[in-house]
Ligand binder design. Structure first.
Ligand code: NAD
Length: 362
C-alpha cells in the first residue's frame, strides 16, 4: 500500500493507493468514520460494474447505505443534477455528522464534492476515484465544481475530502479513450516536475507493462500534486504549473464544443504545441517538443493542432477564469521535468498559440 498525507493549514487527509483496495473498502472506511449513514454517489457505468460489490461490502460492515446514481458524462455536472442530489440527500435525512462517498470519475468527484461543500454548509465526504484522471488528479487537491451554460467549473469551491482511496485495478474496465485521456495528465506531471517519470513512461511498451507499474505511477503523480497543492492550495502561484498545456487545451475543447476532443486529448495537443513554440524562441531546450510528440504517440494521443479561428481562440483564452486582469499566465518548460510560469500581456499570447505553415494537417 502506498500512502500519502496531504497536510494543509485547515485540513489533513490521507490518500491510499493499492491494487485490490476495493475488496476491503468497508474496513478502511470504518477506521475513519464511526457513524452508520452513508450516501454513495456514482454514475450508471460505474454502478453497473461495481455497485453491487461496494454496497455489499459496506453493508457487511454495518453501514446504512443510500445510493444515488447519475447519468455518466460531463452534462451531469450541472445545477439541475446538483439540485436533485441535494434533494435525495435530504430525503435520506443526511446530517453534518454523516458521510458521502464520491465513487466514480472526475464528474462524480467534482459534483459530489461541490454538493457536500454546500449542503448544510458542509458534509464530510470521501473520494473513491475510478478513472485514471480522477485517481491522479481530480480527487486530490480539493477543487470541486459544477458547470454553467456559460462555461466549465464556473461555480465551485475548495473543499477537501476526509480521505482518498485509490484502487488502480478499477482502471482495467476503463474505456481505452479515457485511459489515454488520463495518460495525458500523467505525461504532464512528468513534463512539469518529474524527468524520471517521463522517461519511465517512454520506456513502457504495452498496456500490460503500464498496468504492471500503474500503482507506482499513480503514487508518483499524487505525490507531485500533494507537493504543489501544499505550497499553493488556492491556485495563485505554483499550482498553476499543473496547467501546462491547458491554456491552449481549454481553447481547443471549447472551440469544438467539448464534443470532439476529450480534456486530455486537448491538453496533449496544447503541451506539444506550446513547447514547439517556446523551443523555437530559445526558451526551451532543443528536442523537448519531439520527446513530447514521441510520448503522446505512444499513449494514443494526437499532437496535431486542428485548424481554428485564431481570434476566437484568443477570446476564449482571455475569458479563462485563471487569468487576472490583462495578464495571462502561461506554463512553459525549460526542459523535461522543469517548468515555470511566464506572465504576459494577453495581447502577446498570439505568438504562443498560432499554427505554423509547417504544422501537420488534421
Ligand atoms: N477537481 C479537479 O481538480 C479536476 C481536475 C481535472 C479534471 N476535473 C474534472 O474531471 C472531469 C473529468 O473526469 P473523468 O475524465 O474521470 O470523466 P468522467 O467522470 O466522465 O469519467 C469518464 C468515463 O469513464 C467512466 N468510468 C469511470 N470509471 C470507470 C471504470 N473504472 N470503469 C469503466 N468506466 C469508468 C465514466 O462512467 C465516464 O463514462 C471533468 O469534469 C473535469 O472538469 C477536475
Amino acid at each position: 500500500m502506498y500512502e500519502i498525507d496531504i497536510n494543509l493549514p485547515q485540513k489533513s487527509y490521507p490518500i491510499m493507493i493499492k491494487n485490490g483496495l476495493m475488496d476491503h473498502m468497508g474496513e478502511e472506511i470504518k477506521k475513519i468514520y464511526k457513524h452508520k449513514k452513508i450516501a454513495l454517489i456514482t454514475d450508471k457505468n460505474v454502478e453497473k460494474l461495481y455497485g453491487k460489490k461496494i454496497i455489499a461490502d459496506l453493508g457487511k460492515n454495518g453501514f446504512e447505505i443510500k445510493m444515488i446514481v447519475i447519468n455518466p458524462g460531463e452534462q451531469s455536472k450541472s445545477l439541475d443534477v446538483l439540485a436533485n442530489i441535494y434533494d435525495e440527500l435530504l430525503n435520506f435525512g443526511i446530517t453534518r455528522g454523516d458521510l458521502v462517498i464520491a465513487f466514480g470519475g472526475g464528474v462524480v468527484g467534482d459534483l459530489t464534492g461541490f454538493a457536500t461543500a454546500t449542503l448544510l454548509r458542509g458534509i464530510p465526504f470521501i473520494q473513491i476515484p475510478t478513472s485514471l484522471l480522477a485517481q491522479i488528479d481530480s480527487s486530490v487537491g480539493g477543487k470541486v465544481a459544477v458547470n454553467l451554460p456559460k462555461g466549465k467549473n464556473l461555480v465551485g469551491n475548495f473543499y477537501h475530502p476526509k480521505a482518498v482511496f485509490i484502487d488502480p485495478e478499477l482502471l482495467k474496465t476503463l474505456d481505452k479513450r479515457f485511459l489515454h485521456d488520463g495518460m495525458a495528465e500523467v505525461i504532464k506531471y512528468g513534463c512539469i516536475k518529474d524527468k524520471d517519470l517521463f522517461y519511465r513512461l517512454l520506456k513502457l511498451n504495452s498496456e500490460e507493462e503500464l498496468f504492471d507499474h500503474i500503482e507506482e505511477i499513480i503514487y508518483q503523480c499524487c505525490k507531485i500534486k500533494k507537493e504543489v497543492v501544499e505550497k499553493d492550495e488556492l491556485d495563485t502561484g505554483e499550482r498553476m504549473l499543473l496547467n501546462f498545456g491547458h491554456t491552449l487545451g481549454h481553447a481547443i475543447e471549447k472551440y469544438f464544443n467539448y464534443e470532439w476532443y476529450t480534456h486530455g486529448e486537448a491538453v496533449a495537443i496544447g503541451m506539444y504545441h506550446i513547447t514547439k513554440k517556446s523551443e523555437v524562441m530559445g526558451i526551451t531546450k532543443r528536442g523537448t517538443a519531439d520527446l513530447i510528440k514521441e510520448i503522446l504517440k505512444k499513449y494514443g494521443l494526437s499532437y496535431i493542432l486542428p485548424k481554428m479561428d485564431q481570434r476566437k481562440n484568443i477570446e476564449t483564452i482571455g475569458l479563462d477564469k485563471k487569468n487576472k486582469g490583462k495578464d495571462i499566465n502561461l506554463i512553459l518548460l525549460k526542459e523535461i521535468g522543469e517548468s515555470f510560469i511566464k506572465q504576459m500581456d494577453r495581447e502577446n499570447i498570439d505568438a504562443y498559440i498560432g499554427r505554423e505553415n509547417d504544422d501537420e494537417e488534421c
